[in-house]
Design a protein around this ligand. Sequence first.
Ligand SMILES: *Cc1c(COP(=O)(O)O)cnc(C)c1O
Length: 392
Amino acid sequence: MTKKTDTILTHAGSNPHEYHGAVSVPVHRMSTVVFKSYAEFEEAEKTYEGAEMPDAPFAYGRVGTPTSAAFEDAIAAIEGAYKSLSTCSGLAAILTALTAFTAAGDHILMPDNCYGPNRRACEEVLRKYGVDVEYYPPLTKDITKLFKANTKLVFIEAPGSITFEISDIGAIVSAAKKAGIKVAMDNSWATPLFLKPLELGVDVSVMSATKYISGHSDAVLGVVSATPESWPAVKRAAIVLGLCAGSEELYLATRGLRTLHVRMERHQKSAFDIAQWLEKHPAVKRVLHPALPSCPGHDNWKKYYKGSSGTFGIVLKESRREKAAAMLDGMRVFRTGLSWGGFESLLFPKQPHTCRTAEPWNEDGFSLRLHIGLEDVGDLKDDLEAGFGRLK
Ligand SMILES: *Cc1c(COP(=O)(O)O)cnc(C)c1O
């Protein structure tokens, strides 16, 4: 029986009869593993050998536990991946993909609208170790022009952080494949419910499981998923760097998976309703929501995605800091904070001008990222309406 994603989400990773019939996956707090014999110890030590670093048996907490295996099996099932690997954060998952396929002297292409800390890691780690990092316009029509003889990896983040452009994933993948270049993609926004990057030919998909996967703003966690060809390099990178996830976080994220489809449906519906309302609002200059035709790259969204999540951007007509502060400080339901993907609505004031180099951001209005949580939509609109009133 081939199961649909909703069914997989409900059960994946759980084997109740291995733990006394309990439906939930146990939290294994484990560093040391002891062995019944020297022969078994030798077997476990093989974890570190060979290209693929065989998974079983468990040898030491950092290289995998039954709790991490449960989460990873579930993610691999919904991503359609050969295997997945959990990391201590989404940023660590990105670094796993970046370091797995690059060495000093290589060139990589990063989207100009990528997640800020990702860009910082490229500048302060990869560049320091001799990797030439170049930023490309996310809506480029011809990525091939930017390929060099030493280009090893193209990274895609769609939609882009803050500005929400949707790249032409298929075009980038086919150009890269022809040139023998790996493609990695940040799939945190869509989750595998709305996009399965590996089905589009992407080699490695990374997610911040901190966001929608955990869904409750109480855990920091990342995950990398790969094809059979890319898996050995990904696994080696994460294990050699020691980027393992904590048991409690893995438990919370596995628990989050059980309701992911229900939450995403509601995030999608509420956020799209509010985005359409904002598009007609006189205080708002632009709405950057991938499912709206006005969003740069909307056609790519229509072509590749099955849905949209609860996170999008707006540019206000107002640009003054003090006015924006009055709006933010008086909110009664929305709160101001980093991150997104939890049950609660958030506003994130972030001006893209300083974080782009390939393509300048020329909007002069104040930019806000909205995350639409699971509250009543009417209450959220009332809160925003009152906030826009404070801009006057
Ligand atoms: C938050 C975020 C990350 C990093 O995730 P952490 O779990 O916070 O390290 C990566 N990519 C995107 C698009 C994000 O929004």
